[in-house]
Design a protein around this ligand. Structure first.
Ligand code: NI
Length: 171
């Protein structure tokens, strides 16, 4: 396993629609292992392959709690197949946009279908933070960042703060 570099907002790979995975081989398993290790090292709860510069539809999440032991998983080619009508607003961050947090409104509950790293079909029914993390990571596979899901005014302010952080002017 290896810790990979996390790419930051501004890298075009984060704006590219990632490719479907078709081979469920050792290379895929190695990628998944590296993604978990990179995510744990960065103290994140989710990571998508484009965030380490790999434009493939692979994501990992780990937010296990006592009441949700299944919430550690790697998903390949995941898609949201159902979203509830209740919406939820919570602060979100992203390992590719460190230092920026914004409240994002998303469906509170989703069903996601995908494959595990061995190519077996998986269905995940999730709510609350688990649902939010799944949606955030699947967005990455479509080249979408959470800042795309806030108001233009808030986005402008967040981008300004991000630029300052990148220039080393604050924090
Ligand atoms: Ni992210």
């Amino acid at each position: 396993m290896a810790i990979r570099d996390i790419v930051l907002m501004g890298d075009p790979v984060l704006r590219t629609e990632a490719e479907e995975v078709t081979s469920f081989d050792d290379a895929l398993r190695k990628l998944v292992d590296d993604m978990f290790e990179t995510m744990y090292h960065a103290e994140g709860i989710g990571l998508a392959a484009p965030q380490i510069g790999i434009s493939r539809r692979v994501m990992v999440i780990d937010l296990r709690r006592e009441d949700e032991p299944e919430a550690r998983l790697a998903l390949v080619n995941p898609r949201v197949v159902w979203a509830g009508s209740d919406r939820d607003k919570q602060a979100e961050g992203c390992l590719s946009i460190p230092g920026i947090e914004e409240v994002v409104e998303r469906p509170w509950e989703v069903t996601v279908e995908g494959l595990d790293p061995a190519g077996r079909p998986v269905t995940v029914e999730a709510d609350e933070l688990f649902a939010r993390a799944l949606q955030h990571e699947i967005d990455h596979l479509d080249g979408i960042l959470f800042l795309d899901r806030i108001s233009p005014l808030k986005r402008r302010m967040a981008l300004k703060k991000w630029k300052k952080l990148q220039d080393g002017e604050v924090g």
